[in-house]
Design a protein around this ligand. Structure first.
Ligand SMILES: NC(=O)C1=CN([C@@H]2O[C@H](COP(=O)(O)OP(=O)(O)OC[C@H]3O[C@@H](n4cnc5c(N)ncnc54)[C@H](OP(=O)(O)O)[C@@H]3O)[C@@H](O)[C@H]2O)C=CC1
Ligand SMILES: O=C(CO)COP(=O)(O)O
Length: 314
């Protein structure tokens, strides 16, 4: 069996002290690495945490990524530092993924995407989980794999960073739909149909942007889809569930613990789908529900009564 406790501790700067930033910091710390955490209200400055960092791990919500990346641009980042992004969203103005923002801001540094079925509350409890680290740089991905692998966290490498990142991002919209499905008590058959067709929709969007189909059938796609569509711990699932129980989006977001990225992702996807004529019927109904244009029951009827068609169009 591999001994994963590090004999070569690295300096890890974690940006974002939310649920996932704290979770990732604990995993690296337990593996013997030197971890310092930055957040807007924390006691360290950005310059202090990134000084001498071997790895800069961002678990900032999408809305803050560019702002923090730009602040870092003015600081002395060690040339060999590897950026790791764990954010699952899309920037509305540019449709960039978080890793694209990091790579654009730091073109000569390696960027690694970390994404998988990783509900942070379960990880905090020490329950076992697996994830994926993906990069164009094999060496960087393997370094990140080594830093985070433990007896409770199994880390796989992957060479399709876009597919890995989009899996974690796109499933959030389907998780909202799954929450609606459970809130309306539509049963197991309906849930299976929703998640399976949701995966088809994820593959369609992902392929359009250049991600590989097979990546969506791995941990960062199907794996994360199953976790978030079946767990009340998922904030995105909670948004859908509570809407099905009659709450408004504003009421839900006011009391939600943490970020539900699917709400913004859904808007970005709808804009793109309209402009480029991509068929994303589930996302479209989630969008209309979030906009207050349909009730959960109307959204269900719209999906069930779409024009009949083959399962796959060749
Ligand atoms: N929780 C989970 O189970 C998982 C979450 N993720 C993803 O990780 C990301 C963060 O999620 P999570 O930790 O749960 O969310 P939280 O809401 O708990 O934390 C959000 C973090 O983002 C920071 N942030 C938000 N806006 C800004 C900004 N403008 N500038 C700087 N920092 C900002 C917050 O900073 P501050 O602390 O200063 O308020 C906080 O650290 C999301 O993209 C999510 O999808 C991925 C896997 C698992
Ligand atoms: O991405 C997650 C688990 O992998 C967390 O999901 P939520 O953001 O919906 O809580």
């Amino acid at each position: 069996m591999t001994n994963l406790k590090s004999t070569n501790p690295k300096s890890i700067a974690v940006l974002g002290a939310g649920a996932w930033g704290s979770g990732l910091a604990s995993i690296a710390e337990a593996n013997g690495h030197r971890v310092s955490i930055w957040s807007r209200n924390g006691s360290y400055t950005l310059a202090e945490v990134v000084e001498n960092a071997d790895m800069i791990v961002s678990a900032i919500s999408t809305k803050g990524v560019r702002e923090v990346a730009t602040q870092l641009q003015g600081l002395a980042i060690p040339p060999k530092a590897v950026f790791v992004t764990a954010t699952k969203g899309l920037e509305p103005e540019t449709i960039s993924t978080p890793s694209q923002i990091w790579q654009e801001t730091f073109p000569s540094h390696a960027v690694v995407v970390l994404s998988g079925p990783n509900l942070s509350k379960e990880i905090q409890l020490g329950l076992p989980a697996a994830t994926v680290v993906a990069s164009r740089s094999k060496d960087a991905a393997e370094l990140v794999q080594l830093v985070f692998s433990s007896s409770r966290f199994r880390v796989y490498t992957n060479s399709d960073p876009l597919g890995v990142e989009l899996g974690g991002t796109l499933k959030n919209v389907i998780a909202i739909a799954s929450g609606v499905c459970d809130g309306l008590q539509l049963g197991t058959n309906a849930k299976a149909a929703l998640v399976t067709r949701g995966l088809t929709e994820m593959v369609r969007i992902g392929n359009f942007w250049g991600a590989k189909t097979e990546t969506f059938y791995g941990l960062s796609g199907l794996g994360d889809l199953l976790a978030t569509c079946n767990s009340p711990l998922s904030r995105n699932y909670q948004v859908g569930y509570q809407m099905a129980c009659g709450k408004t989006l504003t009421e839900i977001l006011a009391h939600l613990e943490g970020t539900a990225e699917g709400v913004n992702t859904c808007q970005v996807l709808m804009q793109q789908a309209k402009q480029r004529n991509i068929s994303i019927p589930i996302t479209e109904q989630v969008y209309r529900l979030l906009q207050g244009e349909v009730t959960p029951r109307q959204a269900l009827d719209e999906l069930m009564l779409r024009e009949i068609k083959p399962e796959y169009s060749y």
